[in-house]
Design a protein around this ligand. Structure first.
Ligand SMILES: Cc1cc2nc3c(=O)[nH]c(=O)nc-3n(C[C@H](O)[C@H](O)[C@H](O)COP(=O)(O)OP(=O)(O)OC[C@H]3O[C@@H](n4cnc5c(N)ncnc54)[C@H](O)[C@@H]3O)c2cc1C
Length: 449
């Protein structure tokens, strides 16, 4: 059976790898529009700085990505210990996010009434199990202050999203399940901790785990998969549309050529897959093109030592929407991983745009850079000119799981089932993290095999 995969991001590549692992003789081809694979994963080494265009790493608390690295003989690189320190910009100051309940009580990030309101979560009645937005859920259970200062920046940090539109159930299923199964977050965490103590497992409502990458950055993983796949990976081969005759699919490529396959997996972004399917199935194409992808720009800045007076001890900071700043946050990359800047230099990466500030991501280079410099000067007192600048742009960055995402997925699943051996993969549907993409591709490989 011929299997055609469209899109060589981590979803398409890990799917191809898993299929070939099951049966090396399978006839698998990946069509990728760009001249390099990896999609949102792309690392550049410039003047001794190691810059990630987007994806910084993955969390090591789910085994499949680590297993894939091990199969490819790659050594995982854990982030430095001080990268556990994360900051929130609140009331005109960078404040440490408390790491323990005692630190939480002592912290000045939340007011006394804000802290009491979080504790009062224990007494907030359970709501019926329908989906709601992240904002509505967080305000209902934890209060407005905790939402604005803690939950809102977390949402922009992970999804570049707008919590007033994001679906709790689809974006944070573990948190949704806590209320559903235990009646509340604190109650659920305490019960899970008790259960975990018996089995020796570690638990928490958040993702947990340690941020992990490779010595040469995340593209090392992509490069390794690329080498392994050899000629099965066809670069610069954009798929324009998919047609169907009986049980056979015809793939129409940008250069006018066609290719036939019994099985097709679309591991491309939902908006791109929608275009490919529009002639074959308008309904699925309509549902898929409704998934929004706001733009994000990543501004990498290198500074010679001593220029950053406050020092960079930690992961970086996130900015809540309430603060009305132009940036979502800044990662202290050279403090997170050991090899990100030449000796004596520091590397920062500022993330701009997302669902609430798309316009800022689309500013031209000059205006984007000056906006970021003004923000860094006011937020972290950074007055010096950078010695190194590199800007990466993602015009359509991260798919947004807005309210009713689960209902749309049900409809997409029902509709796609009408087309034998046509499958969807990728971050548009059930998880955007690298871990999610790899786990979902492995499940799909099992199913196809
Ligand atoms: C700025 C940013 C930071 C992130 N940081 C992290 C992080 O630190 N940790 C984490 O876990 N996740 C992070 N993510 C999310 C994660 O990187 C992505 O969800 C994941 O890499 C998506 O992989 P994918 O293969 O599903 O899709 P993509 O990477 O989007 O790959 C899809 C591929 O399809 C190709 N394609 C599109 N159209 C066609 C066509 N017509 N024909 C052929 N090919 C086509 C594209 O060129 C692309 O290569 C980040 C994302 C962004 C944007």
């Amino acid at each position: 059976m011929r299997i055609a995969i469209v899109g060589a991001g981590i979803s398409g590549l890990s799917l191809a790898h898993a299929l070939l692992e099951k049966n090396h003789g399978l006839d698998v081809t990946i069509f990728e529009a760009e001249y390099h694979p990896g999609g949102k994963i792309w690392t550049e080494r410039i003047d001794g700085f190691l810059c990630e265009s987007g994806t910084n790493g993955f969390l090591d608390n789910r085994p499949k990505t680590l297993e894939l690295l091990s199969k490819l003989s790659l050594t995982p690189m854990r982030s430095n210990d001080n990268a556990r320190k994360r900051y929130i910009y609140s009331d005109k100051r960078l404040r440490l996010i408390p790491e323990s309940p005692i630190a939480f009580l002592r912290s000045n990030l939340l007011s006394a009434s804000g802290k009491l309101r979080i504790i009062a979560e224990l007494f907030v009645p359970q709501k019926d199990a329908t989906d709601e937005t992240l904002e509505s859920f967080a305000v209902r259970r934890l209060g407005r202050e905790a939402f604005e200062k803690l939950i809102d920046p977390m949402a922009s940090g992970i999804y570049a999203g707008d919590p007033s539109r994001m679906s709790l159930k689809s974006c944070f299923p573990k948190i949704y399940e806590l209320e559903k199964n235990y009646g509340g977050l604190i109650r659920g965490m305490l019960k899970m901790k008790r259960e975990a103590k018996k089995t020796g497992r570690k638990v928490g409502p958040g993702p947990g785990g340690i941020l992990t990458s490779c010595d040469g950055g995340m593209y090392t993983l992509i490069d390794s998969l690329k080498s392994l796949l050899g000629e099965r990976l066809q670069l610069g081969r954009e798929v324009k549309s998919i047609g169907k005759k009986g049980d056979l699919y015809t793939i129409h490529l940008g250069d006018g050529s066609t290719c036939e396959s019994e099985c097709v997996v679309l591991a491309s972004p939902a908006y791109a897959s929608a275009e490919m399917l529009v002639e074959m199935d308008k309904e699925i194409a309509g549902l898929m093109s409704d998934i929004p992808y706001p733009p994000v720009s990543v501004v990498c800045l290198g500074f010679r030592g001593g220029k950053i007076s406050r020092g960079l001890n930690g992961f970086g900071f996130l900015v809540p929407a309430k603060e009305r700043r132009e940036i979502m946050g800044t990662l202290y990359d050279s403090s997170i991983f050991p090899n990100r800047a030449p000796e004596g230099y520091a590397l920062l990466r500022t993330i701009v745009g997302g669902a609430r500030a798309a316009k800022v991501a689309l500013l031209n280079d000059e205006r984007l850079l000056s906006t970021v410099m003004v923000e860094l000067s006011e937020i972290m007192g950074l007055k010096a000119e950078p010695d190194f600048v590199k800007i990466f742009r993602h015009e359509k960055a991260i798919p947004q799981y807005t309210a009713r995402h689960d209902k749309s997925l049900d409809q997409i699943d029902r509709s796609i089932a009408r087309h034998k051996r046509l499958f969807l993969a990728g971050n548009a549907y059930r998880g955007i993290g690298v871990n999610d993409c790899i786990e979902n591709s492995l499940k799909l490989a099992d199913y196809i095999a």
